[in-house]
Design a protein around this ligand. Structure first.
Ligand code: 2RA
Length: 341
């Protein structure tokens, strides 16, 4: 049966993708309410050929909302998600606000969908985009051979930082091609024609919060605190699509062929792995605007008897955020009317 849906952060990059994906997937929407900050309230956003009014979150009464999709940052989620849940909505939050909360399941639709059943706070947390794509690729390998250690270097597109970062990359690129100085407002240093080894904030241990998300979220979602994760997060001058170079060590030996076959059958994965120019996935040629997590460059690590290297690419706004949130909402509805997805 159609349900009443609220999208909080409706004017953001992920908010826009949430609306597009709800429509594309024919999510059964009865009433759709678009919520954002006072600054954005009053704008109109398109959904299914209609222009809907964006309302002010601060004064919105969530009574009657069945599913609330939040993509408005941690502060907004902490302040408003509990009141939506208290009013009876199931909240699916894209921020990091509740990812460490034992009373809030942290769920990747293809990896641990059953976890959504236990949500005492009425809130479900969507993992970080970089974790999402990594675990869609690694979960099948972990189940088959047990993963002991993951070394990951990410190449994260600027859309992960938001609309302002997309504009900054565009402005700097055009400016530099016209011999103008690069103005840095969103990033601490120039992003055009550069790569920046910094995502989020710095921690006392020398890692950044973006890197520590990969550590904590991986262990929680795979349910194994013994997995070692060593991450380096890098921002790259790409608009959409995160790429990741993974080097893993498995408990049992897995050959490249076995890994490739596992991944070819894995839900949400598309293997692009040919030893030729273009025989691998990239943000521009494959991921941007599409739903699968693409995996290529699958090879046995020459330096370790049970090592595997692979290259994982996905659209960080779609599968990395909006698509998974809608998939979780579909699972909630399926669970609601008893027909397990
Ligand atoms: C980023 N994963 O890419 C973070 C937030 N989306 O900046």
């Amino acid at each position: 049966n159609p349900v009443n849906v609220a999208v909080v952060g409706a004017t953001g990059v992920v908010g826009e993708a949430l609306l597009a994906i709800l429509h594309e997937r024919g999510f059964p929407v009865a009433q759709l309410r678009l919520l954002a900050s006072e600054r954005s309230a009053g704008e109109r956003v398109e959904f299914a050929g209609r222009k809907l009014l964006v309302e002010d979150l601060a004064t919105f009464d969530p009574e009657g909302i069945d599913v609330a999709l939040f993509s408005a940052g941690s502060d907004v989620a902490r302040e408003h998600a509990p009141r939506f849940a208290a009013a009876g909505a199931t909240v699916i939050d894209n921020s990091s606000a509740f990812r460490d909360d034992p009373q809030v399941p942290l769920v990747v639709a293809e990896v641990n969908p059953g976890a959504i059943a236990d949500r005492p706070r009425g809130i479900i947390a969507n993992p970080n985009c970089s974790t999402m794509q990594m675990l869609v690729a690694l979960a099948p390998i972990h189940r088959a051979a047990g993963i002991e250690r993951i070394n990951v270097a990410t190449y994260q597109s600027v859309s992960g930082t938001g609309r302002g970062a997309l504009e900054e990359l565009g402005r700097q690129t055009a400016g530099m091609l016209n011999f103008r100085e690069a103005k840095c407002e969103v990033y601490p240093v120039q992003i055009a024609f550069n790569v920046i080894p910094h995502g989020g904030d710095f921690c006392d241990n020398g890692y950044t919060t973006e890197e520590m998300k990969l550590v904590h979220e991986t262990r929680r979602i795979l349910g194994d605190d013994s997995i070692g994760v060593n991450a380096t997060v890098v921002r790259v001058p790409v608009f959409y699509g995160h790429s990741e170079a993974l080097h893993i060590e498995t408990r049992e030996k897995l050959t490249a062929r076995q890994a490739r076959e596992l991944l070819q059958d894995a839900p949400g994965v598309e293997v692009v792995d040919e030893p030729r120019g273009g025989g691998y996935p990239t943000a521009v040629t494959h991921a941007s605007g599409h739903d699968p997590v693409y995996v290529g460059r699958i090879r046995e690590d020459l330096s370790h008897p049970r090592g595997l290297s692979l290259w994982v690419v996905a659209d960080n706004i779609r599968k990395g955020a909006a698509l998974n949130a809608v998939q979780l909402a579909e699972l909630v509805l399926a669970g609601r009317d008893g027909t397990r997805a």
